[in-house]
Design a protein around this ligand. Sequence first.
Ligand SMILES: NC(=O)c1ccc[n+]([C@@H]2O[C@H](COP(=O)([O-])OP(=O)(O)OC[C@H]3O[C@@H](n4cnc5c(N)ncnc54)[C@H](O)[C@@H]3O)[C@@H](O)[C@H]2O)c1
Length: 256
Amino acid sequence: MAGIALVTGAGRGIGAGIARRLAADGFDLALVDLTPDGVEAVAEELRSTGRRAAAFTADVSDRDAVFGVVSSCVEELGGLDVMVNNAGVALVGPVSDVTPEELRRLFSVNVDGVLWGIQAAAASFIDRGVRGKIVNASSIAGHEGFAMLGAYSATKFAVRAFTQAAAKEYATHGITVNAYCPGVVGTDMWVEIDQRFADLTGAAVGETYEKFVGGIALGRAQTPEDVAAFVSHLAGPDSDYMTGQAVLIDGGLVYR
Ligand SMILES: NC(=O)c1ccc[n+]([C@@H]2O[C@H](COP(=O)([O-])OP(=O)(O)OC[C@H]3O[C@@H](n4cnc5c(N)ncnc54)[C@H](O)[C@@H]3O)[C@@H](O)[C@H]2O)c1
């Protein structure tokens, strides 16, 4: 039955992986990112497989922009059934050094951006009488505060809070709200995290990533496809009776 899905941060990494998987599941896609190049390329790739795909440029920290892309998605693709609030950024540094500007910027993308996505999607679902699904990006860092990743962890705990509260508030409309919590996924985000650890702690480049991957029970780093397989479940009918959950999908790293 599929439908139409919007994925933020879809220009690369996990978001691009989710877009590809949902397209393979039969969804048409609206792809959103800060800059056009990545989303245009992914949209073109999906169109070549026979799916409809539209690319949009927007900053998820801008509430009006998020409501704008949801409206554009409904206009251009004819609806919206699944909203994936995937866009996020990292910040590496000790708790003692986090500045007000860094904290605000981080929260504006990882928390405000998810909240605007929840609001815009839910308003659109209710307006059109759609029993839609909202899927948010949390993290292992949303279940455990990691050293040097304290501010980032705080944003991902906040995503769980909004996921739970929104699930309770929108349940009467038949809207579900869940989150995925990946572990160590080998994307550009981890290249940046690893480099920053190297700059701050003197670790060799690659060492921090290897250390984190070494703690994974299943013995390998996670791929965007591993994450996308679970998002596929959250976006599809098999998760209809599930809401308010933030599920760890990390190869065995954080246990709750
Ligand atoms: N990589 C991991 O190990 C990991 C683990 C757990 C959770 N996550 C979360 O998964 C999500 C995706 O991570 P990733 O590894 O693919 O990251 P990434 O940095 O590789 O890709 C993120 C994408 O989001 C876009 N983006 C950033 N800020 C944006 C904004 N303000 N508006 C619109 N788009 C924006 C970027 O341009 C980029 O294309 C993030 O929320 C991240 O916190 C990642």
